[in-house]
Write a protein that binds this ligand. Sequence first.
Ligand code: ADP
Ligand code: MG
Length: 261
Amino acid sequence: MAQIFCIANQKGGVGKTTTTVNLAAGLAKIGQRVLMVDLDPQGNATMGSGVDKRQLKMTVYDVLLETVSIAEAKVTSDKLIAGGCGYDILGANRELSGAEVELVDVERREKRLKLALTEVQDNYDFILIDCPPSLSMLTLNGLCCAQGVIVPMQCEYFALEGLTDLVNTIKQVHANLNRELSIIGLLRVMFDARITLQQQVSEQLKGHFGNKVFNTVIPRNVRLAEAPSYGVPGVLFDPPSKGAQAFVAFAQEIVERANKL
Ligand code: ADP
Ligand code: MG
């Protein structure tokens, strides 16, 4: 049965989507069966996986409204398959921003995605959920179905402060909605070892969170930023690049950690 991980951080632009699509591609590359769920109305993870969000007939929105199943709504990307790192995609587009309002009066609305995933969980080794930059009902749906949260973060001055809200939310979800949920780890992304401050914050993080900080560090690498405009993850766009190699190493670390869960 699949391990379900949310990639979450309520800050925007910290590398959630880059982490989701490259981890998905990295896991697929090392032989894991992966479903990537885009829970952000911006649909960046969808586009970054080579799927045109404007052409999608069914998305995670329809799944949340229970008009279709995930088996019906999931798609694949030829580019990913041709590149040897194919994974399934439950896409998103602007329509998803309406879900928050439309589900307001629905009972157990935060469990909709969990229910839908139950049906397909046996078909995958990993299900990765790209969360929006907020602690909204959408993020809550993600947190309700996950065993773990992967938190990408930049080693900047306010990094630790920003984590407090997320850690509190995870504690509340754990206490009230999902006893399985825990933080799998903090992933240092866009890291530049030449910057002393980043090294200092990185050390602080390790001091504070110990082995909850992943060993793998994702460097700042322009190839990772260029890849989305070609509709592929960096792992496929430029395999020898530092960024791509780091994400394949991260995929291996995730497989090892998942075995110990
Ligand atoms: P989020 O999903 O948290 O909003 P993104 O993954 O979209 O963040 O990343 C924000 C921006 O930073 C994007 O333009 C992305 O291409 C870029 N980026 C992310 N990770 C890296 C990295 N390791 N090196 C260089 N650029 C990166
Ligand atoms: Mg994003």
